[in-house]
Design a protein around this ligand. Structure first.
Ligand SMILES: *Cc1c(COP(=O)(O)O)cnc(C)c1O
Length: 499
């Protein structure tokens, strides 16, 4: 299995290189030349298996330059009961008949990013052994909150690796900020930037693809890689939990073999929902992919009109990990929907960065609308959904998951489609205690972050995840803030390779 660039289909590299390099030199994203199939028999064979074994089956189809042993060593190190609280790495909870919540936040940082970022350092270690020639890997991350912490935790004290995280100073929740600024480890650094997530992401992309920066790193025996979902090593582990969810639905008798189910994903950068799309291409009987957005509804509009237009006001919301106007992974979907038309994709992405807008050809829009549905809700509706879901079903969801639940209910009412459904739950509610507690009617004025956690706990009795409780009382290690233009300097400074 070789990997192409979405902007130059003549590029052909094995997965190890796609993972260490992170992004193709032409600015395109690495994608598998074709999506491997999981046959009905193979899927049936996975039903009695645990998460690690299901992960081995999926990953070995994509990482064909890894030995079986290498794949196994990665999955076994990543998905331990120690890190995920039990052997139920990604459990399903039935909300009501036919509607299931796929909890993806049982990892060490309490958001779904752990599902990929607990294994990425291991995939990177094996990949670097094959391709990096002994160079130190420098991981640069732009985060809207959850990726940064999950990457720091995954890569902390990993050998031959350093990690540097940029986050928007005003764009993350207080708990997310505390999680990052108190990060432990000898090879980690965190820096706030004055700007929003798109500024951080664009800044990182520019540094990443700047040949002068690459030369300076090389001169010091270093090379960049990425832990953002532009990295193929972030996406492929996400395919696993959709396969695993399907197996669990069959195992629990909630679905018959081959019977379709819909998938709802609270979406920002389009990585998580793209993984579901790939799972469908592998052979899972997924019906609709329902893309849920908050008020930054650039994707909802795109699905309706075929016009991707980021020239709009940016709205900070109570679901900050989805406050994104440039969904990088959409590029991979468009590459696929266009029949791997690299020229078209390079052109559309050029238009996006130059003009802030592009329109896809009519056929692509049709293909998009055939597979996907989109919807959005505002903060008021998100809060209402948290309250209703708790009151009706006794289920406490975080703000991002609530966007998914809201958009699903609206989709179901609008279309009458009652196909069994899996809604991805992307974060634990205690990561967003203030918004969740307020949605339930609590007063949080004047409370500090941990008093808000306590308020939510006394209101609901839901367990507080141990990793969040453990932050209380730690003092921040990283307090630097820089302008977007100074990100390059911050990188040089952290790596001690400035002039
Ligand atoms: C990152 C994140 C999302 C968005 O996922 P994408 O893969 O970027 O679309 C949604 N919810 C939470 C809690 C997240 O951390």
């Amino acid at each position: 299995m070789m990997y192409k660039s979405t902007r130059d289909a003549s590029v052909s590299v094995p997965s190890a290189q796609a993972i260490t390099q992170g992004i193709s030199r032409d600015g395109g994203l690495f994608v598998p030349a074709s999506i491997p199939a999981l046959t009905a028999d193979e899927l049936a064979g996975l039903i009695p298996k645990n998460y690690v074994e299901r992960a081995n089956a999926v990953l070995s189809k994509f990482l064909t330059d890894f030995t079986e042993e290498e794949v196994r060593s990665c999955t076994a190190a990543a998905y331990t009961a120690d890190k995920f609280g039990s052997d139920h790495t990604a459990p399903l909870r039935e909300l009501y008949e036919g509607v299931h919540i796929l909890e993806l936040w049982h990892g060490p940082t309490c958001a779904f990013k752990d599902m990929a970022l607990q294994i990425l350092p291991h995939l990177m270690r094996v990949s670097a052994g094959k391709t990096a020639g002994g160079r130190e890997i420098v991981i640069l991350v732009a985060t809207s909150g959850d990726t940064g912490k999950a990457a720091l935790e995954g890569f902390r004290d990993a050998e031959h690796t350093r990690i540097l995280v940029f986050y928007p100073e005003q764009g993350v929740s207080p708990m997310q900020k505390l999680q990052m600024t108190t990060q432990e480890g000898e090879n980690v650094a965190v820096c706030a930037i004055r700007g929003n997530f798109d500024d951080a992401q664009n800044g990182v992309k520019e540094i990443f693809t700047d040949p002068a920066v690459a030369r300076r790193l090389a001169a010091h025996g270093m090379m960049f890689s990425s832990a953002n979902s532009i990295n193929w090593g972030r996406l492929v582990p996400q395919v696993v939990y959709y396969v695993s969810a399907y197996c669990d639905l069959l195992k629990d008798g909630k679905l018959g073999a081959g019977e379709p189910f819909n998938v709802v994903v609270p979406t920002g950068n389009f990585g998580n929902i793209l993984a579901a799309y790939y799972a469908k291409k592998m052979g899972l009987p997924i019906g609709r992919l329902i893309c849920a957005s908050n008020r930054n509804k650039v994707l909802t509009d795109f699905m309706e009109t075929g016009v991707y237009d980021r020239r709009r006001e940016f709205h900070p919301t109570t679901s900050p990990s989805m406050d994104i106007l440039i969904s990088s992974n959409l590029e991979r979907l468009l590459f696929d929907l266009s029949g791997q038309d690299d020229r078209l994709i390079a052109d559309l992405m050029g238009q996006l960065s130059r003009d802030g807008v592009y329109t896809v050809p009519e056929q692509m829009k049709k293909a998009l609308q055939a597979g996907f549905a989109g919807g959005w809700c505002d903060d008021g509706q998100t809060a209402g959904t948290i309250r209703e879901t708790y009151e009706k079903y006794g289920y406490l969801c975080d703000t991002h998951t609530a966007v998914g639940v809201h958009v699903y209910e609206e989709y179901r009412a609008r279309t009458g489609d009652t196909t069994p459904t899996v809604i991805a739950s992307t974060a634990n509610p205690y990561k967003f205690s203030q918004s969740v507690a307020e949605a339930l009617g609590a007063e949080t004025d004047g409370l500090d972050e941990f008093e808000k956690v306590e308020a939510l706990h006394s209101l609901t009795g839901c367990a507080i995840p141990a990793p969040l409780a453990a932050i209380q009382g730690k003092s921040p290690r990283f307090t630097a803030v820089c302008d977007r233009e100074d990100m390059r300097c911050a990188v040089y400074e952290q790596l001690h390779i400035g002039e």
